[in-house]
Write a protein of this length. Structure first.
Length: 301
């Protein structure tokens, strides 16, 4: 598991804890061997499952997971199919709905063996994954999301896509391409604006070249299934409270896109803006604000 490359980008005061090595474990989901990085804390009253998005993996999120562990959470961070160290039998067949189905079953499996409260922490695209899985399973106690990017919203699609032209007609265009070439795999950076992953250009470059993350090739069918996916409408949401911890200076997905979705959610919601942070929050004071928000959630248990 490769996480060392990202540790050096977090503020100096967080580097010792962010560099703590995780335990690599595996869980079989059908024929897929799913890698899950963990920091066991048997004494903790709460567990957190951190979910990455496009261009991410457990190694990219591990500095944040380690900070959560330092705050007192037991932590797990799965690599979703196509990313990280998860082994997929047929990468060309992976679709966005597979991610949701996998996570629903993983949450159920984790809750069946350990009844402690479970928080889903979704980063980037992982925010909507956390939201959807919490609604579908009824087994999650809280959702924390850095972003709520609903592909049904044309402005959200324009933000997610690398080129504005792909934003509006992306579902129709990708559906047409997927009909004949759904298994063809293309670099995710062709579609995603990886240059704005961070305010730090060097970190954005590291993310874009990461062979387990931003350097991955994804099937056109996966992209079509994401841009065309219908998430649960926020007015119909039947899950736990949602805390949005959005980077304040996000140049990839504007806070307004996430806030507009959050305001429609039929549940208790809260917003904490991470001051001075880009899409991948590594700057201060925002990173400390994120740690404070996680500590506040833990304190409720």
């Amino acid at each position: 598991m490769d996480f060392d490359r990202y540790v050096r980008f977090v503020p100096e005061q967080y580097q010792p804890v962010a560099g703590e090595k995780p335990e690599s474990t595996y869980w079989m989901w059908g024929e897929q061997r799913v890698h899950i990085a963990r920091a066991a804390r048997p004494e903790s009253r709460v567990r957190v499952m951190a979910l990455h998005g496009a261009g991410g993996h457990s190694g990219l999120l591990w500095p944040y997971a380690a900070i959560a562990a330092r705050e007192g959470f037991e932590v797990m961070c799965p690599d979703l199919p196509l990313y990280g160290d998860t082994v997929v039998s047929d990468p060309a067949s992976v679709r966005y709905r597979d991610w949701i189905d996998l996570l629903c079953e993983l949450v159920a499996a984790e809750k069946s063996r350990d009844g402690r409260p479970l928080v889903l922490l979704g980063a980037s695209m992982g925010g909507m994954l956390a939201y959807e899985v919490a609604h579908r399973t009824g087994l999650v106690d809280r959702v924390i999301a850095t972003c709520l990017l609903d592909p049904a919203d044309s402005s959200a699609r324009r933000a997610a896509a690398r080129f504005d032209l792909l934003g509006g007609p992306a579902p129709q265009l990708l559906r047409m391409l997927a009909a004949g070439a759904g298994g063809v795999r293309i670099p995710v950076r062709w579609m995603a604006d990886m240059a704005n992953m961070s305010l730090n250009a060097e970190l954005s470059g590291v993310c874009a070249r990461d062979p387990r993350g931003g350097g991955v090739r994804v099937p056109i069918g996966f992209l079509a299934s994401f841009f065309g996916y219908s998430h649960t409408r926020p007015e119909n949401y039947d899950g736990p409270p949602v805390l949005l911890t959005h980077p304040g200076d996000d140049r990839w997905t504007p806070p307004s896109v996430s806030i507009r979705f959050l305001e429609r959610i039929r549940a208790d919601t809260e917003i904490v803006m991470l001051d001075g942070c880009g899409h991948l929050p590594v700057e201060e004071p925002g990173l400390t604000q994120l740690a404070d928000a996680m500590r506040s959630v833990l304190g409720r248990y």
